[in-house]
Design a protein around this ligand. Structure first.
Ligand code: SF4
Length: 310
């Protein structure tokens, strides 16, 4: 598993190394890698004040590596919190049915309540139906409907926090995508609103590659199939671009994410919007007049899409 390594492949404890952290020039054995991983998740939770005693946390559990590892990390955290796992079944044949089995199995293993919500029941169509019906990139529909359903499901389970498995790679990709599409206001899209269950991302300081290794070391059996619609996504292109850059310039992904946090703290975005005086969506939320869920206009994106596909 050690890929680009130092000459002796030995962790500082003397054991054989399992992983080489390119960006930190460090070799770690299995035990020290898991220890480092868990500590970093704990530090991230404290850094952003993500959790407090008595929280009920809904974990968005797709059954992929990120969400399964997140579930395992939160299950072993030393804090009295309650967990419930939510899986959104988009209805993608040959893909979601397999990850659903993984989600169910991991919840049983950890003794965590698991609820499943389907696109078909909520939006009236499966993702496969939508992809067949619309000559548009399926992910645009999928993302909006899934976000809506996760928030609704988290509320219905009585959770006050909604944890998702977004990692360093996801955040860096999203930032670049928003900049490349000239949609900077989406970077700071505000979900800190009473109508949204508060979102937390405990893996925001963790790279995707390390999540995959952690999942393997923890014995989480994963289905490796990709979503059949993934190749349509702009994200796939940006992911490739970032991976190539990281390979040549280790630490790039961390730097992109850190830039985001620095800009957030220094309010550069607000200054930019102010400077150009554009009436862009700066994240203000109200309630959708159709479904009563949060939305930035009279009709939320979910209801618009639902209307569009019915
Ligand atoms: Fe949905 Fe696109 Fe992700 Fe597939 S790749 S699950 S269609 S967002």
């Amino acid at each position: 598993m050690v890929t680009k390594n130092k000459s002796n492949n030995i962790c500082s404890c003397g054991k054989n190394a399992t992983i080489f952290l390119h960006y930190a020039n460090r070799l770690l054995c299995e035990t020290h890698f898991i220890e480092m991983f868990d500590k970093r998740v704990g530090r991230t939770i404290r850094e952003f004040g993500m959790l407090k005693k008595g929280d009920k946390v809904a974990v968005g559990l797709s059954g992929g590596k990120d969400s399964c590892v997140l579930l395992h990390s939160l299950a072993q955290i030393n804090m009295p919190i309650k967990l419930v796992a939510i899986t959104i079944d988009e209805g993608i044949k040959g893909y979601r049915n397999n990850t659903l089995k993984t989600a169910k199995r991991e919840c049983e293993k950890l003794g965590i309540e698991h609820v499943v919500y389907s696109f078909k029941e909520t939006a009236g169509k499966t993702m496969d139906d939508i992809a067949n019906q619309k000559n548009e990139i399926p992910c645009s529909y999928c993302g909006v409907i899934r976000r809506y359903m996760l928030n609704k499901a988290a509320k219905e389970t009585g959770a006050n926090k909604l944890a998702t498995g977004h990692n360093v790679d996801d955040i860096a990709q999203t930032l670049l995508m928003n900049i490349m599409r000239n949609e900077p206001s989406r970077i700071w899209r505000n979900s800190d609103n009473e109508n949204f269950v508060k979102r937390i991302k405990p893996l925001v300081r963790t790279p995707e590659r390390e999540i995959a290794i952690y999942a393997m070391l923890k014995g989480i059996k994963l289905d490796r199939a990709d979503c059949p619609y993934a190749h349509f996504a702009f994200r796939s292109h940006v992911r490739k671009l970032l991976n190539e850059t990281e390979e040549r310039y280790p630490g790039t992904k961390f730097k992109v994410v850190n830039s985001f946090f620095e800009m957030t703290n220094s309010n550069i975005m607000e200054q930019t919007i102010g400077k150009y005086g554009k009436k862009k969506n700066t994240g203000k939320m109200s309630k959708c007049k159709t479904c009563n869920q949060p939305g930035s206009e009279d009709m939320c994106m979910f209801c618009k899409m639902k209307k569009n596909i019915s």
